[in-house]
Design a protein around this ligand. Structure first.
Ligand code: ADP
Ligand code: MG
Length: 726
């Protein structure tokens, strides 16, 4: 790759125009879900009894009679074959951070004739070879084989491509011994635990109607777009998803002119096609806008049940990437594609809903609804405070290390933002004085009084909080943009389930002697008192907060490696086991995979850094240095005063020399890290402590060179080009 290729790519970009969608367009209500085997298709194609059973499985989490599988399989096949499907695949979420699929055609041969068939057996269970998926040690002791099991709670869908269609069946993925090898299984387990405990609390509060509670999720997805011709000239972007080199551009995001700015035509055309594709897949995408950084964007759906929303977010990420290439873009989902420019997150909006459709985090209008809300709030405060370490692990990975704690993204310290008014309510209840100071000293009594109406106002937002209450849901903002959100949500559900179990037990204990209202009041006030240290409404970026958080005893795991080790702390393993979300073995395997994932990510970055440094940037710098040397010599021969030029040459030569030194140093520490044995944790630590700093040092020198070397020699597209040319 050469500087000439860079120039050619730029010349192409400026002539690019918006690309028309490949997908057919139509009225949205008609298109929405047309590629989903949803309730409507089920009702039309299944016998009444089978439809009812499947419906109550999807809506109320009830188990499905395996005998129905044949009927469902046949209906799915007929529907999908009519829509052009030739193949089906179990679609699952191994612990790679993405989805996996292995396609089989419906074809079977009978007497030399080809028939399209799909049996209940093939719907319910698949047997992909599990030996090449991460298992974090589970494989060492168990059979390599694994199986996928149909998850009827998430609807099957068709993926269309130009030459055909494939029926995708959401599944869980387990080892033959029953260990979860995926992100979906623990999520489903945690959903049940949450429902069970939430219903127990509601019963204590006198609610006899609610039979099932499910978590809800709306994922705001941030991403960058980079022109694909430039992307292809950046081996670092191709291999690692982020730029390992790049000097600060003259203009960054300081003008604040990108956020909510008018969307460039080529980008808008891309967004529109993404939406068409997602609507067809039944993903209710709603919002699109420019984000803070140049060439950064966001897409947000309407919230859904968490298990479905997680699948839908995986689809969003896939569709974003695939449609981007059709429009000549590369979609960057990495948390930090550009250093010095804002990174991307995935705001995880989470709440709980009853089977009657009531949001349990909606303060509501009646005293009963208020009491319920305050109980839920207290339970969540307890959950986040008690298990901040565990929640922190779910967002710990190499990519998010560039984001968490930096001055643009939520800090690595977990705290809850409630906003002023709700904080007032909490303090009022603690003090027993009612709601806030200006009010009369009337006592606020749960179950009798109503809360002041809480504004759901965009100005009452705190962008610096990692876990913020936003009117009727909590927004877990620290999740990274590239992450599969199954794990953060499984953990969130589990820690809240544990807290709700505690609350249900406590209310039950006290209710007999004191009556409901007093019992609830005592439990809630006690929890608010114990856990109010987790509340913080101020600026999470500030140094004062770090000091204050230390004083309050809140944990601060500054990087992924420090955080990950907590996954298997005895209290956390006990929690997972108690709620049957993960066994000790499953938890340990996940922890190992996280450590290994960290080490592998850094290893790939180190190798890319070395190869780009050695084979692209060093030769370009040396060529440029030789040209400068030549011209200085010529000027000198002509009798000119060349002091300033000589100084510049010396500076350049010195930097090139430093660059060579830094390359050698990185090569040495990397080799050492590769050979260094030890546990996955020790291995990850070596990468963090030795390789990451050596890469940073090398980059600093290279970025300095970028500002000196002849632009016509520099082979890598520069930040100013990648961020602004679209
Ligand atoms: P923001 O101002 O933070 O961008 P939006 O309202 O645009 O907020 O989006 C927030 C996300 O939260 C949306 O995906 C929305 O559907 C989701 N959301 C709203 N209510 C709930 C809820 N009860 N449970 C889960 N997610 C929710
Ligand atoms: Mg947002």
């Amino acid at each position: 790759m050469s500087a000439a290729a860079r120039v050619a790519a730029i010349q192409l970009i400026v002539r690019k125009t918006p690309v028309a969608a490949e997908s057919r367009r139509g009225p949205v209500p008609e298109m929405f879900g047309e590629n989903v085997f949803g309730l409507e298709q089920m009702r039309a194609r299944l016998p009444e009894s089978a439809y009812k059973a499947l419906h109550s499985c999807m809506e109320h989490g009830q188990e499905l009679d395996p005998a129905l599988a044949d009927q469902v399989a046949n209906a799915m096949k007929e529907w999908s074959v009519e829509r052009g499907a030739t193949h089906f695949t179990h679609w699952f979420q191994p612990m790679t951070g993405s989805t996996a699929e292995k396609h089989d055609s419906f074809a079977s041969l009978e007497g030399g004739k080809l028939l399209m068939e799909f049996s209940g057996k093939a719907l319910v269970k698949g047997e992909p070879d599990a030996s090449s998926f991460p298992s974090g040690g589970l494989r060492a002791t168990f059979e390599a084989r694994g199986y996928t099991a149909w998850d009827p709670t998430s609807p099957a869908f068709i993926r269309e491509t130009v030459n055909g269609s494939t029926l995708c069946i959401p599944t869980a993925f387990c080892s033959w011994t029953g260990e979860a090898l995926d992100e979906k299984t623990p999520l489903l387990r945690s959903t049940e635990a949450l429902s069970r405990e939430a219903v127990r609390v509601l019963r204590q509060l006198g609610d006899e109607r609610v039979a099932y509670v499910y978590p809800t999720l709306g994922c705001e997805q941030e991403y960058f777009l980079l022109d694909r011709d430039l992307w292809s000239l950046r081996p670092d972007m191709v291999a690692t998803g982020r730029s390992l080199f790049g000097a600060k551009p003259p203009k960054g995001q300081e003008l604040e002119d990108h956020y909510f700015g008018s969307i460039a035509p080529r980008v808008l055309a891309f967004m529109q096609e993404v939406e068409l594709e997602l609507w067809k897949l039944g993903v209710p995408v709603k919002t699109r806008h420019n984000e803070v950084a140049p060439s950064q964007y966001e897409l947000a759906p309407i919230f859904e049940r968490t298990t479905v929303a997680v699948d839908h977010n995986m689809l969003c990420m896939e569709v974003l990437k695939q449609v981007a290439t059709r429009h000549g873009f590369q979609c960057l989902l990495h948390e930090k594609p550009y250093s010095g420019i804002n990174g991307s997150g995935k705001h995880n909006n989470w709440s709980m809903s009853t089977d009657h459709g009531e949001n349990l985090l909606d303060p509501g209008k009646s005293p009963e609804a208020n009491m319920r809300f305050v109980v839920m709030l207290a339970a969540i405060m307890r959950a986040v405070d008690t298990h901040a370490d565990l929640l922190r692990v779910t967002i710990a990975h190499a990519g998010n290390d560039h984001r968490l704690g930096a001055n643009e993204a939520p800090p690595a310290i977990l705290s809850i933002y409630l906003g002023e008014q709700l904080t007032d309510v909490v303090s009022g209840l603690i003090a027993g004085t009612g709601r806030g100071s200006e009010r009369k000293k009337e006592t606020m009594r749960l179950g009798v009084n109503t809360l002041p109406s809480l504004p759901r106002d965009a100005t009452d937002r705190n962008r610096t909080s990692p876990f913020a209450f936003t009117g009727n849901k909590f927004e877990f903002r620290a999740v990274g943009s590239s992450q599969a959100c199954g794990r953060p949500n499984a953990v969130l559900n589990t820690i809240v389930a544990e807290s709700l179990a505690y609350v249900a037990d406590e209310i039950q204990k006290l209710k007999g002697q004191k009556g409901l209202e007093a019992a609830v009041n005592e439990v809630v006030v006690d929890l608010f008192k114990k856990h109010q240290r987790i509340l913080f409404n101020g600026n999470g970026y500030s140094a004062e907060w770090h000091a204050e958080a230390t004083k309050r005893g809140l944990p601060n795991f500054r990087n992924a490696v420090d955080a990950i080790g907590n996954f298997c702390a005895p209290k956390n393993v006990a929690l997972f086991e108690r709620f049957a979300v993960l066994s000790a073995k499953e938890a340990e395997s996940r922890m190992n995979i996280m450590f290994e994932g960290y080490a592998k990510a850094i290893a790939i970055e180190a190798q890319s850094t070395l190869s780009i440094g050695r084979t692209m940037l060093l030769p370009a710098s040396q060529r440029s240095q030789a040209m400068v040397a030549q011209s200085v010599a010529a000027a000198k021969a002509a009798g000119c005063d060349v002091k300033a030029q000589e100084k510049r040459l010396r500076d350049m030569a010195m930097r090139v020399e430093q660059f060579v030194g830094a390359i050698d140093e990185l090569a040495t520490v990397f080799e050492h890290a590769e050979q260094h044995g030890g546990s996955p944790q020790e291995h990850a630590k070596t990468y963090r402590d030795k390789v990451v700093p050596a890469m940073a040092k090398l980059r600093e020198i290279a970025d300095g060179l970028e500002t000196m070397v002849d632009d016509a020699e520099w082979p890598l597209p520069k930040y100013r080009e990648m961020l602004f040319l679209q």
